[in-house]
Design a protein around this ligand. Sequence first.
Ligand code: HEM
Length: 552
Amino acid sequence: MNHYTTLSTFNATAITITMNTSLSFFSVTSWKRLLDFQILELIIALLVFVVIHSLRQRKTKGLPVWPFVGMLPSLVLGLRVDIYEWVTQILRRQNGTFIFKGPWFTNLNCIVTSDPRNLEHLLKTRFQVYPKGLYFRYAMQDLLGNGIFNADDDIWRNQRKTASIEFHSSKFRNMTTESLLELVHRRLLPVCEESVHQSTKIDLQDILLRLTFDNVCMIAFGVDPGCLNPALPKIPFAKAFESATEATMLRFVTPTLVWKIMRHYNLGFEHKLKRSIKEVDNFADEVIRTRKKELLLQSNDDNKQMYDLLTIFMGHKDEQGQAFSDKFLRDICVNFILAGRDTSSVALSWFFWLLDQNPMAEAKILCEICGIVNEREDECKNESFVFKPEEVKKMEYLHAALSESLRLYPSVPVDHKEVVEDDVFPDGTILKKGTKVVYAIYSMGRMEAIWGKDCRDFQPERWLRDKRFTSESAYKFPAFNGGPRLCLGKDFAYYQMKFVAASILYRYKVMVVEDHLVAPKLALTMYMKHGLKVKLCRRSEYDLKMCHNIKC
Ligand code: HEM
């Protein structure tokens, strides 16, 4: 082997090695690239499949259902616009019932319905298997405790029985009528008059909330907090109460684990809730302490008999024969404030807003009021005119207009239950034990299937037969709930709203300030997010004369 041969052999070997190396190098990178490309392609294909599959579910399920997060992205978008309208649109597409799928491992799954047959089923026919349920009670516990709104079984039954006896007694009726008359004529009308005199705009929702807060405190605890006076003092309790109902509602649209973590670390709306509840508790504790002291004094002075719901409950005993704890009395207080303060004031606010947009309906109400005033021929019909309870009862068109307003803007826009055994709804929806059910009261007022093509119009006439108010089934119009848990304050609420509305409308024209933004707030009660800014204008003799002359 010469030098040349050796060298060329070496070269050939080197070339072969180099070639093999570069070949294998080429194949490794290209394989890798190819593999990368294929994985990328696979991922894209999978993503496209998931997106198409999720979006296609909108057709059958009402909303896209995404892996892991379910329908949550749509809910988040819905929350950014108007959640009540958003739910209504889905219910319309789904013929009145749909299943909301929350993210995996969360408690957000539920059945949402607006079908009157389902409502009758869960509120009355199968009442026993549809309690408020553990989950909802737990989420509301911090604010409502074991009060009547948040209780089931015997705890609810006992409170209902005690409160029901009082609500239906003539003593209670007289007390509520007198306290309302006092509040309207000594506080509400002077505040209205002052605003006319000063030519100022007022937030009518705020004024009405003050009125009903003073009213419910008088009825429920025999206390007059004096929130409604011309100075319109700041009421930290009222603000805290509103924040607490708002934050509590947010728990229903947030995965349980998330709000529990937020609560643990005192973050976001949970921080707000804790702070608000502290304020609410302080108020309730003060009421209970004062009442206990007064009751002690009263036992030494038997002439001074106290009569209010709290005193009645304080005289009752629990199953073990023990007096109710202060915590339980606190729960009773808070629940009655929620029941009596927010509901009627918020309903009246929407009513005045709707009247501003429907002058014909306003004219008819005025006509009816003037007709009633005119019947008292021998009496003066000036500013100091006070409507008698029997006259308020005669206001059929006003009753219809308030019901129409509640149909479109129910004070409690959604309510909930939990089924405790497997069941089937009348519309065929299958419910497994433990399923949460939400009934969408707001949406029901906007269903053509229930109210006809003009369901979105304000038409008090739909409630009248031969000019007399005719009520609707509670399952078609559940603004006051239905079945064994029908609102206990319904009759009083109508009386209160009619008395307030008639007293204002007889004296003033209520004009909503131009460009004032009206939108519902997401809370347990349907407040107006920005209040209701109005200007009041004294009714002229001319206005009233016109009405006296018109045959309504
Ligand atoms: C426009 C006014 C009102 C509306 C729309 C209204 C509506 C309702 C609704 C929807 C419920 C059922 C809540 C639930 O179970 O989750 C309810 C229950 C109740 N309401 Fe009213 N309410 C009004 C006024 C009042 C007033 C003024 C009072 C008392 C002063 C009152 C006392 C109650 C009570 C005690 C319950 C609990 C019934 C029970 O669970 O057994 N409500 N109300």
